[in-house]
Design a protein around this ligand. Sequence first.
Ligand code: DX5
Ligand code: ZN
Length: 223
Amino acid sequence: MIELAFSILASDFAHLADEVAAAERGGGTIVHVDVMDGHFVPNITFGPPMVKALRPITKLPLDCHLMIEDPDAFIPAFAEAGADMISVQQEACRHLHRTLQQIVVHGMLPGVVINPATPVETLIEVLPMVHYVLVMSVNPGFGGQQFLPLAVDKIAHLVELREHMGLNFRIEVDGGVAHDTVASVVQAGADMLVAGSAIFEKGRAEQNAVEFLRTARAAVSKS
Ligand code: DX5
Ligand code: ZN
């Protein structure tokens, strides 16, 4: 099932509750929360207090993408704040297996993220324990960047590995996913589509989400 995980990073923070409600009305089914620490990536965003603020305003699952050093230290705080899904960057985890276990111990669904330069093969040992793999289609740190087509082959490769290993993790893609790029990632096999700018641009999240999902779902039927 194709799902839109709308990234609130591109929303109007002064009207966050309205923005989330509009993206939800447009068909978004996951709230993607981009957590940045100024160390792992060259930008700072928000942390558990944002998750806590979002929790009462939507029933949708909160998907927290941790672009931070030492994610282990913050897993309990995200759980407490109400996060449902946590993904950690392979490149930021010294003991990735342990970190993923900790996410599960705290009652959340674990995901692992790879940067554009990180090969899919680095995940083989942990694929059986993740609920989702997030393929970055930009270098993390900022919204509004240009989609890197190398992500498409990585998604297709993950689909092959999933089949070969008899697994059922989901495949999420993040960065520059918009009307002109979404068909390629859907056809390759991604089913959780993160989009920020494409949804929140021009303050029309509902309409943008409707159009985005229409394009994405049309691509499935052609693949
Ligand atoms: C980038 C973030 C993305 C970003 C996507 O580091 O992980 O989730 O918000 O934004 P767009 O859709 O504008 O590329
Ligand atoms: Zn993200």
